[in-house]
Design a protein around this ligand. Structure first.
Ligand code: FAD
Ligand code: NAI
Length: 468
């Protein structure tokens, strides 16, 4: 069989690339080693974690927020089995949807492990050992990423007591105590799920801040909010050992700057210290495809590797490990292959942490602007001064807008608050069009909405907000 394009891996990068390519008239096949499409995101990442985040948030709302609104429901009872079933059903609906989309777009699905077998050739080895080799004008590698573990520390994941994110999506019982190694996105999202359901969660983080790389002011305020929800934080603490002990596990850590080691025991430990590109078994060395110093496939501005006809997208290349970044790269490559001008604007990729409240950001942080010596103005508006937020008892958090002092162009927007992950997109659209904070402040916003805080923060960069 001969194709215009074979995509290896059907996570959000790969399946989106294949659909777009098929829509643009390219004869397309995908290779996937799992029995379902959707990759990390749909099977063990974005989708199941959001199902549990939503369900556990509802559990907390039933205990606190609803009575405060005058809705007495009595003490809520957790049915963890049902909550986990909701997660499984959500994943199934999504994977079935992807099967449908493959058929609808007439994309051939080749099940098995794909590897590059020379110029324009992909070999697919199925579970039963059968092999087939297909010919193709172009190959897109979209094999994603895998759990990184802790460099220099031996961690024996059993996915029951010592777990990665995958095990933390599936505890059969709420652990009484959970240590989370790594105060990044996974640690705080999945830590939130189990904290809401009753676990005592302690986060051990190497840096002096949680959510390293996010705007510092946002991260600080957010940490205070999580502390109020019962999280304990050990910051500036480097984990040096994780081992089973009795029915639980023991985590050893020492001050990042050096000093005496400490240990904590817990029923379970979630290791959330990042992910690494997944390139195993692809035959990259033989094909001559270059990797960078962190094992990621090297690509140029057009997502081409150094080998003609081979492209790479998503978590397996540089950039933020986000599903929507992978998707946009998938679309860009398909467009490039169809002779169009595919492009990804890496300056405007929103990031959302789906906690309660949510944290969302797009563009530069204050720290990045300072470091780059950019003269900027900052406008802030708290949700305590927003009518809708008060009506919903969702007054925690604020919107912060950073604009170029000379041109007023918006350079970064950071929101911590209820619905931040939806609100951030008006900022993303504005920034995509090179808009100014005055453009944002002069755009009529419906009342009463949380989004009015975005408008007010924009106003605060060059004038005074109205409601403060
Ligand atoms: P992947 O989704 O990893 O897909 C790669 C696919 O390739 C897999 O299906 C794999 O089986 C297949 N594959 C690998 N090698 C081969 C081979 N040789 N042959 C055949 N098939 C192969 N991102 C967000 O934007 N929002 C979120 O809310 C979010 N939540 C997350 C929560 C968790 C717990 C985790 C772990 C991640 C989360 N992410 C989130 C990150 C997101 O999942 C990844 O950025 C995204 O899945 C990357 O997409 P990808 O297509 O590059 O790779
Ligand atoms: P991360 O990179 O966000 O956080 C890992 C944290 O672990 C860092 O803060 C790091 O300093 C810390 N760490 C590393 N080694 C340590 C040690 N020895 N001791 C203590 N702390 C240590 O990685 P995470 O949370 O594992 O997520 C992986 C990827 O998945 C991220 O790139 C993220 O973008 C993506 N993801 C995105 C989500 C979203 O968009 N909502 C949700 C979940 C994951």
């Amino acid at each position: 069989m001969s194709y215009d394009l074979v995509v290896i891996g059907t996570g959000p990068g790969g399946y989106v690339c294949a659909i777009k390519a098929a829509q643009l008239g390219l004869k397309t096949a995908v290779v996937e080693k799992l029995s379902t499409h959707g990759g990390t995101c749909v099977n063990v990442g974005c989708i199941p974690s959001k199902a549990l985040l939503h369900a556990s948030e509802a559990f907390v709302a039933a205990s606190h927020a609803l009575p405060d609104l005058g809705v007495e429901v009595g003490k809520p009872k957790l049915n963890l089995k049902k909550m986990l079933e909701h997660k499984v059903k959500t994943v199934e609906q999504n994977t079935k949807g992807l099967d449908f989309l493959m058929k609808k777009n007439k994309i051939d699905v080749l099940r098995g492990v794909g590897s590059i077998a020379g110029k324009g050739k992909v070999t697919v080895k199925a579970d039963d050992g059968k092999e087939q080799t297909v010919e193709t004008k172009n190959i897109v590698i979209a094999t994603g990423s895998d759990v990184a573990g802790i460099p220099g520390v031996e961690v024996k994941f059993d996915e029951k007591v010592i777990v990665s994110s995958t095990g933390a999506l599936d505890f059969a019982k709420v652990p009484d105590s959970l240590v989370v190694v790594g105060g990044g996105v996974i640690g705080l999202e999945l830590g939130s799920v189990w904290a809401r359901l009753g676990a005592k969660v302690t986060v051990v983080e190497y840096l002096d801040t949680i959510l390293g790389g996010m705007d510092g002011e946002v991260a600080k305020q957010f940490q205070r909010m999580l502390a109020k929800q019962g999280f304990d934080f050990k910051l500036g603490a480097k984990v040096t050992g994780v081992a089973k002990s009795g029915k639980g596990a023991r985590v050893t850590f020492e001050p990042a700057k050096g000093g005496e080691a400490e240990t904590i025991e817990a029923d379970a430990v979630l290791i959330a210290t990042g992910r690494k590109p997944y390139t195993e078994g692809l035959g990259l060395k033989e094909a001559g495809v270059e990797l960078d110093e962190r094992g990621r496939i090297k690509t140029d501005g057009h997502l081409r590797t150094n080998v003609e006809g081979i492209y790479a997208i998503g978590d397996v290349i540089a950039g933020p490990m986000l599903a929507h970044k992978a998707e946009d790269e998938g679309v860009a490559v398909a467009e490039i292959l169809a002779g169009q001008a595919g492009h990804v604007n890496y300056d405007v990729i929103p990031g959302v942490v789906y906690t309660s409240p949510e944290v969302a950001s797009v563009g530069k942080t204050e720290e990045e602007l300072k470091k780059a010596g950019v003269d900027y103005t900052a406008g802030k508006f708290p949700f305590t001064a927003n009518g809708r937020a008060r009506a919903m008892l969702q007054t925690d958090g604020f919107v912060k807008i950073l604009a170029d002092k000379k041109t007023d162009r918006v350079l970064g927007v950071h929101i911590v608050g209820f619905g931040a992950g939806e609100m951030i997109h008006e900022a993303a659209v504005l920034m995509e069009f090179g808009g100014s904070s005055e453009d944002l402040a002069r755009t009529c916003h419906a009342h009463p909405t949380m989004s009015e805080a975005v408008k007010e923060a924009a106003l605060a960069t060059f004038a005074k907000p109205i409601h403060m």
